[in-house]
Design a protein around this ligand. Structure first.
Ligand SMILES: Nc1nc2c(c(=O)[nH]1)N[C@H]1C(S)=C(S)[C@@H](COP(=O)(O)OP(=O)(O)OC[C@H]3O[C@@H](n4cnc5c(=O)[nH]c(N)nc54)[C@H](O)[C@@H]3O)O[C@H]1N2
Ligand SMILES: Nc1nc2c(c(=O)[nH]1)N[C@H]1C(S)=C(S)[C@@H](COP(=O)(O)OP(=O)(O)OC[C@H]3O[C@@H](n4cnc5c(=O)[nH]c(N)nc54)[C@H](O)[C@@H]3O)O[C@H]1N2
Ligand SMILES: [Mo]
Length: 758
């Protein structure tokens, strides 16, 4: 690399991920957000048998049964919620919404916890406190005046099973299946693709499988930041000499080297462990081609040497192999190399390693799903595993890294815009009303309906809907056209401030807080990435005496909206065991829910593929055919078109910005950077530290982000990366995976030019 000029806040990070840096960052997060005496005690209660579930990520933990495991970003998530800072009504009286909109997303949440239910007052352009019952009554009145299909019920995946179940019951009794949810922007390709391939839209591995895996292939996820407790698992696997093959356009430090803060030796000696045995910097959007290349090479190996494919498994358990193999045959190496950015020998190397392993796990995240071919990507991963029978045996399987800590549970208990007939029938039989059967809106469709003026109200169970969605230029104004906006949240965010004609903000209890109802102290339940359901109970005093729990707020709105409701809302929330009894009657797999949730560690929901049972229409696992590699090669290979990836920094939880550093990528105190490959920069005459403008290549409209600082980074040639949510102005709302509706947040075609004023 040529000698570069100094760029403020940009300096290479040479250490491993984890280690002392992680401990220091944790101490800092605690210092900034909360009284230090309380903090360690509370962190010790995270993921303990009688404590609360970490609101950070959905990675499971053995720790629900054993001792506290250190996690920097889990600590940040917990301290961010348990902060001692508050935004009381006096603050809102002194600050107009217009002035608050000038603040950054970071500043908004950093002000602290919401303390009172609030209503927007247009005359003064401020929020003021409102009584819960008055707010519920008015919301009921507005909802009754609208047609149910004009209302959108958004869910962000932090909500508990109990809250989410009541929420879908409310919306369905009211009369709609409009359930946009964060999963639509996240793992929807998993929820759509895996059922087609293996009959269920969830991962099939358990933590124990990692102990006996012989090969791990990690595609498109960044666990050092987003699933930090997974690092302990990868660390152990690496120390057992298990090869870990990584596909990622960016060099992510935690996937290269990691020092485990639990390891006394590594901490004392400043040592670290390699994570990836081989690291392939695939092009953004190039995974389908890469996976096809690996499988094409595997078929060639089979032809040459035999005994590579698990033929007995393929014959007994799968369907569609011939068409799948013929398509691989027809796909040229030339196109595979062009579309993936990797070479044939690279991919043959992976095939060889895969052929040698008797038990392989493939882990994947947003680098796979957030593409216009997200569903095809997921299915290709399943195909790869099917070829060697890597389902239903120890040490093998598919492992989608879920996002929010209970996003999987939300879907299990009924948050879906496309409910099955069987589910609707169970609701009808159990609850006594007929739920609507027509499909509702997903997240993008909900926003499109709002932009078109068809949807008139948005209710949000958590999250930051408008900011998380693409195309802020269209999405933000659409919020302000609504008749009603209702936001249940813990902290103020921009979506709350994009006020509708009438807007309410409802402050709720977080995971860490004590939840007292008429029947005493309550616990809630969540489901992790590996289908384990367990209880969570907060212990801290609530941030304010006016907070209500999410189930109580949902029940309050439902009770006020549906005067002839068949559901005993108020009774249900007095004791959440009653909600769980109802879940048990409606959702398969929850037999004896209340008994089993009281067992240490909870219980696992059924996962038929682990027993080689396939709930597909044919009763077999299905191979897929993805025919788009040639097209990908043409598009990805095009001159001066770059592919923009939008990513999370290390100090960020989705739209929540904890602080402005991205330690492992060497960015400090700023987020206005564009990571670029050095050769691409040279091609465009851009130097490290130059200001650039980014423009999306979309027909008919101009989407532009100006004055971003381009910096040299180890990223695949042809790919560039910027931070989400800032870069959402560049993502077209209709640029989606057509099968799942998920936005292509990680392959936006852009042009980067030096800023005019530079
Ligand atoms: N601390 C923290 N934890 C979190 C979150 C958070 O924001 N902060 N978010 C939560 C949520 S909701 C989610 S969904 C998960 C997200 O967790 P991840 O799936 O790890 O999400 P990202 O950081 O968006 O991106 C993942 C990686 O994909 C790579 N990538 C981008 N494009 C491609 C591609 O085309 N191919 C391949 N192979 N790789 C690609 C990027 O370089 C990046 O390393 O984490 C959850 N946990
Ligand atoms: N460009 C780009 N866009 C993306 C992505 C990307 O990679 N790139 N990733 C997408 C993904 S994977 C996801 S999951 C979505 C995330 O989209 P969302 O889930 O909508 O967003 P979050 O940022 O997680 O929501 C933060 C807000 O949640 C509220 N909150 C926090 N804790 C609680 C709680 O316990 N209860 C309640 N009721 N509210 C709470 C707070 O008010 C906080 O402001 O964003 C998507 N958008
Ligand atoms: Mo997510």
């Amino acid at each position: 690399m040529t000698k570069q000029r100094e760029v403020p806040g940009v300096r290479p990070y040479d250490g491993p991920a984890g280690g002392w840096g992680a401990l220091r960052a944790t101490a800092q997060a605690i210092r900034q957000q909360m009284e230090s005496i309380e903090a360690p005690i509370m962190l010790m209660r995270t993921n303990q048998p009688d404590g609360f579930d970490c609101p950070g990520c959905a990675w499971p933990d053995k720790e629900h049964r054993s001792t506290f495991q250190f996690c920097e970003n889990g600590a940040k998530a917990v301290t961010w919620e348990a902060t001692t800072r508050r935004v009381p009504p006096e603050f809102f009286a002194a600050n107009t919404v217009t002035s608050l909109l000038q603040k950054t997303d970071y500043e908004l949440e950093d002000m602290g916890r919401l303390t009172h239910p609030l209503v927007y007052d247009r005359a003064t352009d401020t929020f003021r406190a409102v009584e819960w019952d008055d707010a519920f009554a008015r919301i009921g009145e507005i909802l009754r005046s609208l047609s149910p299909d004009q209302v959108e019920f958004y869910t962000s995946g932090r909500a508990s099973n109990e809250a989410a179940f009541l929420y879908q019951l409310f919306a369905r009794e009211y009369g709609t299946n409009n359930f946009p949810d964060c999963s639509n922007m996240c793992h929807e390709p998993t929820s759509v693709g895996l059922p087609r391939s293996i009959g269920i839209g969830k991962g099939t591995v358990s933590l124990d499988d990692f102990d006996s895996a012989e090969l791990i292939i990690s595609i498109g996820h960044n666990p050092g930041t987003n699933h930090p407790r997974m690092m302990g698992t990868l660390h152990e696997a690496s120390r057992r000499n298990v090869p870990i093959i990584v596909f990622n356009p960016l060099r992510e430090r935690a996937l290269e080297r990691f020092a485990d803060p639990q390891s006394v030796v590594e901490m004392a000696t400043f040592g670290s462990t390699r994570i990836a045995s081989t690291y392939f910097q695939v092009d953004a959007g190039g995974d389908a081609a890469a996976l096809k290349g690996v499988m094409k090479a595997l078929l060639a190996l089979e032809a040459a040497e035999g005994n590579v494919l698990d033929k007995a498994f393929i014959t007994a358990h799968t369907q569609g192999f011939d068409a799948f193999a013929a398509d691989l045959e027809a796909t040229s190496w030339d196109d595979i190399e062009k579309a993936s950015g990797l070479t044939r020998p690279d991919l043959e190397h992976v095939a060889l390693a895969y052929a040698k392993s008797n038990a392989t796990i493939v882990t994947y995240g947003m680098g796979i799903t957030q593409h216009n071919k997200g569903t095809a990507n997921v299915r290709l991963i399943a195909d790869l595993l099917l070829l060697r029978g890597n389902f239903g045996k120890p040490g093998a399987g598919i492992c989608p890294l879920r996002g929010h800590s209970n996003v999987q549970g939300n879907r299990t208990v009924g948050i879906t815009e496309k409910p099955s007939e069987a589910f609707l029938k169970l609701i009808e039989d159990t609850c006594g009303f007929t739920p609507p059967s027509g499909h509702g809106h997903d997240a993008v469709q909900a926003m499109q309906a709002m932009i078109a003026g068809q949807s008139k109200a948005l209710i949000c169970l958590g999250g930051n809907f408008a900011v998380a969605l693409p195309d802020s230029g269209q999405s933000f104004p659409a919020m302000t056209q609504l008749d009603l906006g209702v936001h249940i949240g813990t902290k103020l965010n921009r979506t709350h401030l994009l006020v509708s004609k009438e807007t309410y903000i409802f402050p709720c209890l977080g995971r860490t807080e004590l939840d007292m109802q008429a029947g005493g102290r309550q616990s809630i339940t969540v489901e992790d990435s590996m289908s384990m359901v367990h209880a969570s109970a907060g212990k801290l005093a609530p941030a304010s005496e006016h907070l209500r729990s999410e189930p109580a707020i949902v029940a309050g709105m439902a009770h006020a909206t549906l005067p002839r409701s068949k559901v005993p809302w108020i009774e249900l929330i007095s004791d959440y065991d009653r909600i769980r009894d109802l879940i048990e009657r409606v959702i398969p797999g929850f037999e004896d829910f209340n008994e089993r949730i009281r067992l240490p560690g909870g219980f696992r929901l059924p996962l038929p593929p682990t027993e080689r049972v396939w709930l597909t229409p044919s009763g077999k696992a299905e191979f897929s055919v993805y025919g788009g590699v040639k097209e990908d090669a043409d598009v990805l290979g095009a001159q001066d078109v770059l592919r923009l990836i939008t990513i999370r920094s290390h100090d960020q939880y989705n739209t929540t910005i904890y602080a402005l550093d991205d330690r492992y990528r060497g960015v400090f105190g700023r987020r206005d950077v564009l990571f670029m490959n050095e050769e691409d920069m040279a091609d465009q005459g851009i130097e490290h530290g130059d200001l650039v403008d980014i423009e999306t290549l979309t027909p008919g409209r101009t989407l532009r982000l100006k004055s971003i600082t381009a910096i040299v980074y180890s990223i695949a040639k042809g790919s560039v990366a910027a931070y989400y949510p800032e870069a959402n102005v560049l993502v077209p709302l209709d640029y989606i995976d057509k099968e799942s509706g998920t936005p292509s947040y990680k392959s936006v075609p852009v042009r980067v030019v030096r800023a005019a004023a530079n």
